[in-house]
Design a protein around this ligand. Structure first.
Ligand SMILES: [Zn+2]
Ligand SMILES: [Zn+2]
Length: 327
């Protein structure tokens, strides 16, 4: 197999050849068809996340076909197309796992961060965390659903039932979530980098009723806001944009420090919460709903060997939607 491997933090991924790996107990091996590039991959490369494991193959939006199964795998089959997400393994016995909050497991493995991921021609995965994808939709179009879509979905559920939803940072996750929220009959207010006219137009094309800079206030107060961007100073901005009792959800795995802010923008029962990882049920729920919604992902395809270019373009905001690597 071939892979783009991170050997040292803050350095380019390297093209390497590895011997084929065999799946162990309750594991599968997939031949990778496509793997999305997520902002979290940038955090992995940059060393923003605690306790990095090196060397590591990044990538956690994997679409592949099963070509080998280890002992104990009974409900999947050779040739089946599956998606492999960020949460790659959970212990099954900690209080969070027992309480169906396995997204908060005490001893998890994360695909492309603490176990090898999808910037490769093949990957080994825990069969429990391989979601059957069926045959509808292209491999490339489905890849961004495995993290941008799933984390976006969990964030929207946690944001509550409000009608007016603000999305701060209109990248891969928000461009999927805008379509979900519109399908649910909600109104989306999109916040981009100030003066980013192109992304604001992109957001409107996906049904946003308003799009503006993250330094602006929306034309009316919001029921909830979800922050996908990594700038901590968006938190006070988002708190000011929601009305009394409104909720602000931080969807990212890493943010810059939050500046201090006056208590009154939190008061009146506004809530500030974060979302971490995903549960198996999130994956089942969202991937069942996605084809009904008819989500159309905007993808920018790169050959696997150009993973560094894809990461650089993501960092610089040089495309709308999501980047996807194809072996
Ligand atoms: Zn656990
Ligand atoms: Zn991700």
């Amino acid at each position: 197999m071939h892979a783009m491997m991170l050997k040292n933090l803050r350095s380019p991924l390297e093209w390497i050849e590895l011997p084929d790996r065999e799946p162990g107990q309750n594991q599968i091996r997939v031949k990778i068809l496509a793997c999305g590039v997520c902002r979290t991959d940038l955090h992995v490369v940059d060393g923003d996340l605690p306790n990095p494991v090196l060397p590591i193959i990044p990538g956690h939006e994997i679409v592949g076909r099963i070509d080998a199964m280890g002992p104990g795998v009974t409900d999947l089959s050779i040739g089946q197309r599956v998606g492999i997400p960020w949460l790659g393994h959970t212990c099954g016995i900690c209080p969070y796992c027992i309480g169906a909050h396995e997204n908060l497991c005490d001893r998890p493995l994360f695909t492309g961060f603490t176990c090898d991921g999808g910037f490769a021609t093949a990957a080994i995965a825990d069969a429990r965390f391989a979601f059957p994808l069926g045959e509808t939709g292209s491999d490339v179009a489905l890849a961004p659903l495995l993290c941008a879509g799933l984390i976006g979905w969990r964030s929207l559920v946690i944001a509550g039932q409000g009608q007016k939803i603000g999305l701060y940072g209109f990248g891969a996750a928000a461009h999927i979530l805008a379509q979900v929220a519109k399908w649910q009959g909600r109104s989306v207010f999109a916040f981009t980098r100030p003066e980013d006219i192109a992304t604001q137009a992109f957001a409107r094309s996906l049904g946003a009723v308003w799009a503006g800079g993250s330094n602006e206030m929306p034309p009316e107060s919001l029921d909830a806001a979800i922050i996908f961007a990594t700038a901590g100073d968006l938190i006070p901005m988002a708190l000011k944009s929601v009305h009394k009792g409104g909720r602000v959800v931080c969807a990212g795995i890493h943010m810059s420090d939050i500046p201090s802010f006056p208590y009154h923008i939190l008061w009146e029962e506004r809530q500030l919460v974060s979302v971490a990882n995903l549960t198996l049920q999130d994956g089942i729920d969202f991937l069942k709903l996605a084809p009904q919604i008819g989500i159309v992902t905007r993808t920018n395809v790169y050959p696997l060997a150009q993973a560094n270019e894809a990461l650089a373009d993501l960092r610089a905001g040089r495309f709308e939607g999501a980047a996807v690597l194809v072996p």
